[in-house]
Design a binder for this molecule. Structure first.
Ligand code: PGA
Length: 260
């Protein structure tokens, strides 16, 4: 996967058949000329198949799932497997989102198993990492993030990060309306890339590292302006077609060196 700006809309637990269909149709019509950046949307799993039908003739928007189980099949009531997601044309899958770490007590070892199963079937994991407010205040952001990645590398090896994505999302910023400063995010992203480079320079050069946390059309350019920020994971603003379209268009027009 070539490094390019990647914008993903995470719709979380929002919408119904009607609103999801309308939002999808609007985005499909808006994004027919997107070619420089990559775009994906992550609807609730119930609606993946509906959204897929509208995306069929549109290669510009990819499907992303919000979660996956660690098993491929069997007696695991309520779970969704990586192969089922693949069956629905899903390309990316969010794992380790802080809302799952917090509400479902998912830890790094469990998230690494999800990473493994996604690689096994050929889906692209978006490994979400980030610190909480207390960790931020005590200055351990970088070590928290590195440790979250280290668990995957220790279990699966550095090769697993090829064709994978990391999303740095400070927990205190998600849904708060307060984004982290672009300069501080750049520092975290650089430390992540340097850490990966200590294992393998080409994996570090290629990996997409997104930022997420109260991204809006107004603040997104400043994130793209930073050297090591390769895209954004957008929650609230992705539920509004206009806002999400503005963010994607900003990515499309951005003069990142690797876009040319
Ligand atoms: P937000 O969510 O944009 O609403 O802060 C981001 C996320 O949870 O991925």
């Amino acid at each position: 996967m070539r490094r390019r700006l990647l914008v993903i809309g995470n719709w979380k637990l929002n919408g119904n058949k009607n609103t999801i269909t309308n939002l999808t149709i609007t985005l499909v019509n808006t994004f027919c000329n997107i070619s420089k950046c990559s775009v994906a949307i992550a609807p609730p799993v119930m609606y993946l198949d509906i959204v897929k039908r509208y995306l069929l003739n549109n290669t510009h928007i990819q499907l992303c799932a919000q979660n996956v189980d660690i098993h491929l099949s069997g007696a695991f009531t309520g779970e969704i497997s990586a192969e089922m997601l693949q069956d629905c044309n899903v390309r990316y899958v969010l794992i380790g989102h802080s809302e799952r770490r917090i509400h479902h007590k998912e830890n790094d070892a469990y998230i690494a198993k999800k990473f493994f199963i996604l690689k096994k079937v050929g889906l692209i994991p978006i490994l979400c990492i980030g610190e909480n407010k207390r960790e931020y205040d005590s200055g351990c952001t970088q070590s928290i993030c590195i440790n979250q990645i280290k668990t995957v590398i220790k279990l699966l090896g550095i090769e697993a990060l090829k064709n994978s994505v990391i999303a740095y999302e400070p927990i205190w910023s998600i849904g708060s309306g307060v984004s982290a400063s672009p300069e501080s995010v750049q520092m975290v992203h650089k430390s992540i890339r340097d850490y990966i480079a200590s294992y393998d320079v080409s994996v570090a050069d290629e990996i997409i590292i997104q930022y997420g946390g109260s991204v809006t059309p107004e603040n997104v350019t400043q994130f793209f302006d930073q050297k090591d920020i390769d895209g954004v994971l957008v929650g609230a603003a992705s539920l509004n077609a206009n806002s999400f379209a503005m963010i994607v268009q900003t990515a499309e027009k951005h003069k990142k060196l690797y876009l040319s």
